[in-house]
Design a protein around this ligand. Structure first.
Ligand SMILES: *Cc1c(COP(=O)(O)O)cnc(C)c1O
Length: 356
């Protein structure tokens, strides 16, 4: 049976990414050797890292003065690397969910942390709007897309201090004004590549300002200087990321991707709002384009398990909501075709029609 992959992460990748990576595992760049069996210092692999970094710059229109590096450790390691490298006295954090909390927790080990606002009291169903960022903070940290709660910051804000963003689950889903940010990071396994590589986009001039010693591996400057080759980088995920970047470019870049993402998410939210069985959980204006969370309306809550079973029988995969929200979550990442969203909508309509 055809499967529809709505997994939240790791998640669906473009078929070009999978096919090209399979080929390279067998025979990489005409070397006659497999991608996983060669030195990362071969000129063929160095070209992969260089091209991936330059496509990051091209697709996101990254201004001069920024570096792009690829590391291991996941977004979770960045939760501590960011304060290690940037927090001298005080940092500000916006609390919009589980990942934002985890980031904030690590920062507390390095200095004073001010939580400027939180939507915890409403189970993170909205993005707080009116808050004050202390002007003496070393940086302000946001999570642009809250993968678990299905909320998203849709604009690139003006920030009085260095803006740092975890974009793990919405990177490349829309054009970003990188010049508004000091540092952007994310794990690749939501919208870019298999797990194992983390991307960091950093404005060079914000580094080197803290007084603490930084272990070599945790110092961003090490990896900038060595072109992500200080130690063995995650070779296979970087190769796969390059394939996804090429695919993004081939479909017309981020303007085009954004248009498609708005269309896909719009179709599904419209159905959630129309269908009498379901309702969305996130504040309408903060609804994520990537992770669409919905639950049964109260009067139909007894049908939750039945809908899950029915959807599974139709080939829907990964639609169970995270335990902290319940209900359902359909992740509509870049690589998910519009037809798959339409198939889920049809499933919701069929299930509604059967409840006579
Ligand atoms: C998945 C996710 C993380 C965690 O990423 P790891 O690479 O597993 O450490 C952090 N932040 C956000 C927003 C995520 O979606």
């Amino acid at each position: 049976m055809r499967k529809y992959n709505f997994n939240a992460g790791p998640s669906i990748l473009p078929k070009e990414t999978i096919e090209n990576t399979i080929k390279a595992i067998e025979n990489f760049a005409g070397t006659g050797l497999g991608l996983m069996e060669i030195s990362h210092r071969t000129k063929e692999f160095e070209a992969v890292v260089d091209e991936a970094a330059s496509l990051f710059k091209e697709l996101l229109n990254i201004p001069a003065g920024y570096s792009v590096i690829f590391l291991g450790g996941g977004a979770s390691l960045e939760f501590c690397m960011v304060p290690y490298n940037l927090l001298e006295k005080k940092a500000a954090y916006l609390n919009t969910g589980t990942w934002a909390n985890k980031a904030q927790k690590e920062a507390k080990m390095f200095g004073e942390v001010v939580e400027v606002a939180s939507s915890k009291e409403a189970n993170y169903s909205y993005i707080p709007k009116n808050y004050t960022i202390p002007s003496d903070a070393d940086y302000f940290h946001i999570t642009t897309n809250n993968t678990i709660f299905g909320t998203e910051i849709h604009t690139d804000m003006d920030c009085p201090v260095t803006l740092v963003a975890d974009m793990s689950s919405d990177i490349f889903s829309r054009p970003v004004d990188v010049s508004k940010y000091g540092l952007i990071y994310g794990g690749a396994q939501k919208n870019l590549a298999p797990a194992g590589v983390t991307f960091i986009i950093v404005k060079d001039e914000i580094l080197g300002k803290v007084s603490r010693p930084i272990p070599t591996m945790l110092d961003y400057r090490t990896h900038i200087k060595e072109g992500s080759m200080f130690n063995t980088p995650p070779v296979l995920p970087i190769f796969a990321a390059l394939q996804t970047l090429k695919w993004l470019k081939s479909i017309g870049g981020l303007q085009e991707m954004y248009k498609l993402n708005k269309e896909k998410a719009g179709l599904l939210y419209d159905e959630i709002d129309r269908n009498k069985l379901f309702k969305g959980t996130a504040n309408v204006e903060d609804r994520s384009l990537m992770n669409i969370c919905f639950v049964m309306n109260e009067e139909y809550s007894h049908l939750e398990a039945d809908f899950y079973k029915f959807a599974t029988s139709k080939g829907m995969v990964g639609i169970k909501g995270h335990r902290s929200v319940g209900g359902f979550r359909a992740s509509t990442y870049n690589a998910l075709p519009k037809e798959d969203v339409l198939a889920l909508i049809e499933t919701m309509q069929e299930f509604e029609a059967a409840q006579k």
